[in-house]
Design a binder for this molecule. Structure first.
Ligand code: SF4
Ligand code: SF4
Ligand SMILES: [Zn+2]
Length: 362
């Protein structure tokens, strides 16, 4: 289905500008933006894959990855074709890099309007919905309507994002979005430009903005690629950046495996992930996790005060050990996150208390 874009502004000579992501595409009549799915048709910008889901799964929420967000629960996950990046290592390149547009092409996906997404979640008792697999900003209107309806139905919502949205897009979705996992693909602008077709600065701005200015719970993921973004210096800089915003931001350090246009690199050795994990902890981050490898110890959550194991993870097998959600059963410390459907507004309150009492970074 074709739907008028919420995020656009008219330019001269029939051009329209898309305001959904930091590419700010100025689009000529009949053409599409870089993502391929937002088109200038009949004098205004349209999302041409509204309600068309190409990837649909019920996943463990840990797979997103979101570790401080209703642990051990299922999340209804939807993606479409198109993306504003062209990462050479993309695992979902068959959908993200799809660019042909013929409304009758079955490769665009099948009809799954927001109302139906919510109906399925209700029928099956699924408490959350994720817009994921490709970048939700490019199918913003579909994501936005889904999140709004989800909230009306008491269902929590999440984006898995490259973090390249405009502030306008974030502000619009913020009242209806409970969590986001943002990729911090590297701490190097050249990497963003050459390997992903993006820029670093807007991603850094958005991570900070989401944490400080919105109620959206945020976790950050870095795919650690041998020889490209795995130097001690770069990992330390990234960790330092996050810790200065808050030591409570969970950071997922995940293993790369050769894919798409990056077949010339080996998979990330476990020793590299352990080194990255230690660098992040030394920088002061309290919740660091490795991913895409089985590492029972480093995928679990511990109390940062007394060291007690609170959530035990082994891949997608998750055991929650506290009796009161989000509270250390040994010392009573409150772990930041969204632990129940009612928790959202309080997700970052612990951090605020710590800022106020001056013990940030402990
Ligand atoms: S969402 Fe697509 S059309 Fe809009 S600015 Fe980004 S790449 Fe361009
Ligand atoms: S942002 Fe994600 S979906 Fe898009 S190209 Fe990069 S890895 Fe693939
Ligand atoms: Zn404790």
């Amino acid at each position: 289905m074709i739907k008028e874009a919420l995020l656009q502004r008219p330019l001269r000579r029939g051009y329209v500008q898309c305001t959904a992501c930091e590419h700010w595409c100025a689009i000529a009549p009949g053409e599409a933006g870089k993502c391929g799915v937002r088109r200038n048709l009949d004098g205004s910008l349209k999302l041409v894959i509204y309600g068309k889901a190409v990837a649909v799964n019920v996943d463990p929420v840990e797979k997103k990855p979101l570790f401080h967000f209703l642990p051990a629960q299922s999340i209804f996950s939807i993606g479409t074709v198109g993306c504003n990046f062209r990462c050479r290592f993309c695992q979902n390149w068959e959908i993200s890099q799809f660019r042909d547009f013929d409304p009758n092409d079955p490769r665009l996906g099948y009809d799954l309007p927001p109302e139906q997404v919510i109906a399925i979640c209700r029928q099956r008792g699924i408490p959350m919905v994720a817009l994921t697999y490709n970048e939700p900003a490019v199918f913003f209107e579909y994501a936005y309507d889904t999140c709004r309806l989800a909230h009306d139905a008491g269902i929590l919502t999440a984006f898995v994002s490259s973090g390249f949205e405009t502030k306008q897009a974030l502000d619009l979705i913020a009242p209806y979005l409970d969590a986001i996992n943002v990729d911090l693909k590297s701490f190097n602008d050249r990497f963003y430009r050459e390997i992903c077709g993006g820029r670093l600065q807007p991603v850094l701005r958005n991570i900070e903005y989401i944490w400080r200015e919105t109620d959206i719970w945020i976790e950050v993921t870095t795919l650690v690629i041998p020889g490209l973004n795995d130097s001690d210096a770069e990992l330390r800089d990234a960790a330092q950046f996050l810790v200065e915003i808050s030591p409570d931001i969970p950071w997922h350090l995940t293993a790369f495996h050769p894919n798409y246009r990056m077949l010339d690199r080996p998979s990330t050795p476990t020793s590299t992930l352990i080194r990255a994990y230690e660098i992040a902890q030394e920088a002061g981050l309290r919740y660091v996790y490795v991913g895409n490898v089985l590492d029972h110890t480093r995928e679990s959550t511990y109390c940062p005060i007394c060291g007690t194991l609170l959530i035990e993870r082994a891949g997608y097998r998750v055991r929650v050990l506290w009796s009161q959600p989000g509270v250390c059963h040994r010392c009573g410390y409150r772990i930041p996150g969204v632990w129940t459907s009612e928790d959202r507004a309080g997700a970052k309150s612990q951090t605020t208390q710590h800022r106020a009492s001056g013990d940030e970074g402990r």
